[in-house]
Write a protein that binds this ligand. Structure first.
Ligand code: SF4
Ligand code: SF4
Length: 444
């Protein structure tokens, strides 16, 4: 078999790239809940998405968001393999950070307590490590739980050492699990527990990006540097399809630094599937970035459809939602004022960030009015209320039986009125001498 053309990768400085990307990810992870960029508030039943406060009842937006994220994750795994694990996953970032801290603490202790026995140094190193990991666990658990409970509320619970309420118990439990994870589990979580790791391996196919070992000419000098550099503790030379491999490329850097000193190229590199080939200039740009077959183009199309749908739905979203329905338990009543009354129920919710005034008026039915306060109601952000109100009309000016009208809902501030088609029921017999009480018709 001919050796596949070797591609000179950009300096094989993947470690530096990875650490930069990971630092950005940690920053984003911390900022997402604090600034309501993405957060599910379980207490208030809200979903925060790039500053918009979505109500759990806004099914279309939640559905489209979930579908978009799910397809995006699947597409990433199909095209770029375990890129997420190697570069973006908080579990991997914190596991590697814990490994680094452990090594540095051990080095420091050995240097400063060289006179003590090895067991004593181990005890000191472990105590120092746990003393660092405990506040780190509290901080990152706080950030994690903030995705589900408002950060200010959580901070208050933390300050008061609340371990009695449900929120406090959840916070304390997450902190304990995080500490045990940082201290003992680390990468074992990725290989033994994480379902996304399995899912990514299932979605990979012959075009998926992977880290590939290729040594047809027997150039490996068996220095084992790639094995020592691997955060997952595996030997890439045994197979390029190991379940534990997160495609982090630390082994590429290791090999290129050893063989590079001898003026040779790395034996390990990124490649698309089993081809053993990376992206080269001879390929079209879309093949170079991973769109190498129809399946990948189709998934990109699907992602575009969901993203467009989501953008349209968010754009059409009205911060104040008003629903009106007639109360047909009583079809109509004749009031002491001689007017025909129909009762309606209004449900109004303010999903915006400022006070909103809702006023109603009637169109398409002469003499019909909204009874009660002409100034309407004021809704604070987050308010949801139900209220009954009457429409009135003079019996002489409307047709007996069913009349059609529109209720106009004006929301201030707001650009456009909502127009809701409704019906108004009038008595068939409109003789004024009939006592009003006898005119009330009840549905039984
Ligand atoms: S084998 Fe290489 S790419 Fe895979 S996890 Fe180990 S260092 Fe990372
Ligand atoms: S770092 Fe390269 S040369 Fe050294 S053992 Fe690994 S593959 Fe072989």
């Amino acid at each position: 078999m001919n050796a596949a053309p070797r591609v000179t990768l950009p300096g094989t400085k993947f470690h530096r790239v990875r650490k930069t990307v990971q630092s950005i990810c940690v920053t984003i992870f911390i900022l997402l809940p604090l600034f309501d960029v993405m957060r599910v508030d379980l207490i208030r039943q809200r979903f925060y998405f790039f500053g918009a406060e979505l109500w759990i009842s806004e099914f279309s937006i939640i559905f489209l968001t979930m579908m978009f994220l799910w397809i995006f994750i699947a597409a990433m795994a199909m095209i770029y393999g375990r890129f997420y694990c190697g570069y973006l996953c908080p579990q991997m970032i914190f596991s590697e950070a814990a490994n680094t801290i452990e090594k540095r603490v051990a080095k420091l202790v050995n240097r400063n307590f060289s006179g003590l026995s090895s067991n004593a140094r181990k005890v000191i190193a472990h105590a120092a490590l746990y003393a660092i990991l405990l506040p780190a666990s509290i901080f990152f658990s706080f950030v994690f739980v903030s995705f589900f409970i408002p950060p200010a509320d959580l901070f208050h619970r933390l300050l008061s050492f609340d371990i009695r309420t449900a929120g406090g118990i959840v916070g304390a439990s997450v902190t304990l699990v995080t500490f045990l994870d940082f201290a003992f589990l680390r990468q074992t979580f990725c290989t033994a527990i994480c379902p996304y790791g399995y899912l990514q391996n299932m979605l990979a196919d012959k075009h998926t990006l992977q880290v590939f070992f290729q040594d047809e000419s027997g150039g490996c000098i068996h220095c084992e540097k790639c094995v020592r550099a691997c955060p997952m503790g595996i030997d890439i030379r045994k197979s390029s399809h190991q379940l534990e491999c997160t495609h982090c490329a630390e082994c590429i850097d290791a090999c290129s630094s050893v063989l590079g000193r001898m003026g040779r190229q790395t034996l390990i590199h990124y490649a698309w599937g089993d081809s053993g080939r990376g992206a080269t200039a001879e390929h079209k740009w879309y093949r170079r970035i991973g769109f190498r077959d129809g399946k990948r183009i189709a998934i990109l199309g699907l992602l575009t459809v969901y993203a467009t749908g989501l953008a349209i739905v968010i754009n059409l979203r009205q911060p104040v939602l008003v629903r009106i329905m007639p109360n047909r338990i009583t079809l109509y009543t004749l009031g002491a004022d001689g007017l025909v009354h129909n009762t309606f129920r209004m449900v109004a919710s303010n999903r915006g960030k400022q006070d909103a005034r809702v006023t109603l008026s009637v169109a398409d039915l002469a003499s019909a009015r909204v009874a009660g306060d002409p100034n309407g109601i004021v809704l604070k952000p987050g308010d949801e209320l139900q209220r009954e109100f009457d429409l009135t009309a003079s019996a002489a000016s409307i047709a007996p039986g069913v009349n059609h009208l529109r209720i106009l809902v004006h929301v201030a501030p707001g650009a456009k009125d909502q127009s809701l088609a409704e019906t108004f029921i009038a008595p068939m017999d409109t003789e004024p001498s009939t006592p009003p009480a006898l005119k009330a018709i009840k549905n039984k």
